[in-house]
Design a protein around this ligand. Structure first.
Ligand SMILES: CC(C)(COP(=O)(O)OP(=O)(O)OC[C@H]1O[C@@H](n2cnc3c(N)ncnc32)[C@H](O)[C@@H]1OP(=O)(O)O)[C@@H](O)C(=O)NCCC(=O)NCCS
Length: 167
């Protein structure tokens, strides 16, 4: 289930973002920090309010367990290609198809519900580091293809793969 973040998700989101596997995949520093988890949640809640886009909290419908976050991302960021579909799951829940299921739902929402400057979208994107094969596999399952690799100014050390799919 994709649902809005709640204030009491902070501990669960922190637990996801602070796993060595997630930090390695996203090239995050050694310690992520609760403040960063809370700032990220608050940023997504604010992005929903301001732009009608953002990540949702991702829950296992059967157990109610917090699995991670997934959804849309349209930051004010130089060089960002457009509306991103993204996914970050706790490693305990990798290998179950949850990211693909959430990605399909997010992509459908992006194409059916989101309007930018009053217009429906022609394309969605995913910015994925070249060594993140698990995330590339999700993008492929969503029908995306690699358009190019380029350095995004906010992350100068490594180029990102820009994956995309048209409507
Ligand atoms: C990227 C990430 C979300 C991918 O997670 P994932 O579990 O591999 O992806 P999915 O949820 O789509 O699951 C697919 C896997 O589940 C398996 N699976 C099991 N049941 C399934 C089902 N019902 N439907 C689809 N796949 C299923 C698939 O076979 C596949 O396993 P495989 O890779 O061994 O072939 C995860 O690795 C992650 O959170 N990484 C860290 C954060 C990150 O890098 N985010 C992306 C930034 S760009």
């Amino acid at each position: 289930m994709l649902r809005p973040f709640r204030d009491d998700d902070v501990e669960d989101l922190f637990a996801v973002m602070d796993t060595p596997q997630v930090r390695r995949s996203l090239h995050l520093p050694d310690h992520y920090g609760r403040e960063n988890a809370w700032s990220q949640m608050a940023m997504f809640v604010g992005q929903w309010e301001l732009r009608g886009t953002g990540n949702w909290a991702l829950e296992d419908r059967g157990t109610g367990v917090f699995v991670g976050r997934a959804g849309l991302h349209l930051p004010e960021r130089e060089g960002w290609p457009g509306l991103e579909i993204g996914w970050v799951l706790h490693p305990d829940h990798w290998g179950k198809g949850f990211a693909t299921e959430a990605g399909v739902a997010a992509m459908r929402y992006a194409f059916e519900e989101v309007r930018i400057d009053g217009c429906l979208l022609d394309r969605v994107y995913s910015c994925i580091l070249p060594d993140n094969s698990a995330s590339q596999a999700v993008a492929r399952r969503l029908g995306m293809e690699l358009l190019e690799e380029r350095v995004l100014p906010y992350f100068p050390l490594t180029p990102h793969g820009i994956w995309s799919r048209g409507r």
